[in-house]
Design a protein around this ligand. Structure first.
Ligand SMILES: [Zn+2]
Length: 477
């Protein structure tokens, strides 16, 4: 089914997001590093999780689905990168304040209302991905919004929570989890359901991604996961888990809508379900839709009070969004394309620092994009400012820098003096004129000047070459 044949408004498409983003700090409730490891684990712990009816009250469909499998959970741990907190052998330490600050920043950037008192909760987890059988989570803000084009996107809630352990291997008998990921701080952003098109959904996900990237978050595949809730009026609600790239969201929604329309047309029964996003944009069945999450207070941790001073301080240091950074760069004289590249490559701070040393956006653009370090960049700009090198030499110097020291390259492309230039030009011009005469061709002064500029532009300024050539040509021709 082609997407452009569907009238999304008419079929009552509603889309909501749950975006999970890892923060770039140590773990949320212990001091272990938030780093994925691929070397051999030091320790293996085997456990079986029992979800009893008594503890859970009435068992919901998802819990039953999981229990029936009766699997053993195997946990892989490291001596110096995971601790007893991840193994649930020790109570959680007090909250990672840096992670909380980042989550509060995100809430502020999303114009949400922050709670003055935060209660850490335990959310029942039945698939073994948390050693304790629950995930610690806390609601930090609600009722936010962002504008995407002319659309106002409501942000229902912003939570700070623990990342789950990651699956290494899954068989019918057991699931192997690695504890390196368990406990990494994770921000969960939930949007209000919106009547939008799949294309608008993609734009919203990209915009939220921009807000997140302005803050101290982890980058790269697997560090952001988007769950997309899709429903149509005559169909059911489907939760699609783990869309890894915002670019795929449009396709995932189109596929789900098509799947539901096809089922309705064929009189098939549709049931609300959780489906897994596959890398090609299609989805597969994961489990029935779980009931409402079971939450109860984390009694090992105190209530967290968010002071007005803390919010005030965070507001003063709020990071700039990409569009704000681009606007600043354009004010400095960079063009739109240069500004976008600088922001995208996370070179904004470097570029704004360097433009204070040498006010030439094109040179600064080439310099920051070339991966040279701050010392090399400053030496290069100092040499330019003091007219020790020409602007033309910058590209060549940048190209040669990785292999040589800045001092050596600057020496190599040092500007020559006026008399040295005249002497070298005289030699070069005489030789060239002689060649032309031997070939019986006509001497064209402008062409000769062009040739000389090409030969000497790395060592002298163009206008000096032109001036010297004109003077010499009068003598030579
Ligand atoms: Zn730990």
């Amino acid at each position: 089914m082609k997407s452009n044949t569907i009238d999304y408004k008419a079929i009552g498409l509603k889309v909501g997001f749950e975006i999970h983003q890892q923060l770039d700090t140590h773990k949320l409730f212990c001091n272990c590093p938030s780093i994925m490891r691929n070397d051999k684990p030091d320790l293996i712990v085997k456990r079986k999780l029992y979800a009893t009816a008594g503890e859970l009250g009435s068992i919901d469909a998802a819990a039953l689905h999981e229990m029936k499998k009766g699997r053993t959970f195997v946990y892989e741990a490291y001596n110096n990168a995971t601790c007893l907190v991840e193994l649930d052998e020790e109570p959680p330490h007090s909250i990672n304040e840096e992670a909380l600050d980042i989550a509060l920043q995100i809430a502020l950037l999303l114009n949400a209302k922050i709670f003055k008192t935060i209660q850490v909760m335990r959310k029942t987890v039945i698939d073994g991905s948390n050693t304790s059988g629950f995930q610690r989570t806390m609601l930090i803000a609600r009722n936010g919004h962002i504008n995407v084009d002319s659309l106002r996107v409501g942000i229902a809630t912003i939570c700070l929570e623990e990342e789950a352990a990651r699956i290494i291997e899954k068989t019918n008998q057991s699931v192997v989890y690695r504890l390196d990921r368990l406990g990494i701080p994770l921000v969960e952003i939930t949007t209000e359901p919106l009547a939008i098109t799949p294309e608008q959904a993609k734009k919203i996900a990209l915009k939220i991604g921009e807000v997140l990237r302005a803050c101290k978050i982890k980058r790269g595949l697997g560090t952001i996961r988007q769950d997309v809730n899709v429903s149509i009026a005559k169909g059911v609600r489907t939760e699609i888990k783990g869309v890894q790239k915002p670019e795929l969201i449009e396709k995932v929604i189109i596929n789900e809508v098509s799947r539901q329309i096809e089922a309705i047309n064929n009189n098939q029964k549709l049931t609300p379900s959780v489906r897994k996003a596959l890398p090609n944009g299609s989805t597969e069945f994961m489990r029935p839709m779980p009931g409402k999450a079971r939450m109860y207070p984390e009694t090992d941790l105190p209530l967290i009070t968010i002071s007005d001073e803390r919010i005030k301080k965070l507001k003063q240091q709020l990071p700039l969004l990409p569009e704000q950074k681009i606007a600043i760069l354009i004010k400095h004289g960079f063009n739109q394309q240069q500004a976008a590249i600088i922001v995208d490559k996370q070179l904004f701070e470097k570029a704004t620092k360097l433009i204070k040393h040498y006010n030439d956006p094109s040179i600064i653009f080439d310099t920051v994009c070339s991966n040279i370090d701050q010392h090399q960049a400053q030496e290069l700009l100092k040499a330019l400012k003091q007219s020790k090198i020409t602007k033309h030499a910058v590209k060549q110097i940048l190209a040669e820098l990785p292999k040589q020291s800045i001092e050596a390259v600057l020496q190599k492309y040092k500007k020559i003096s006026k008399s040295e230039l005249e002497q070298a030009l005289k030699q070069e011009l005489s030789k060239t004129i002689q060649n032309i005469k031997q070939q019986g061709k006509q001497i064209k002064p402008d062409a000769l000047v062009g040739i000389m500029i090409g030969k000497f532009k790395l060592k002298a300024e163009t206008q000096e070459i032109v001036k010297a050539c004109k003077k010499l040509l009068k003598e030579l021709i």
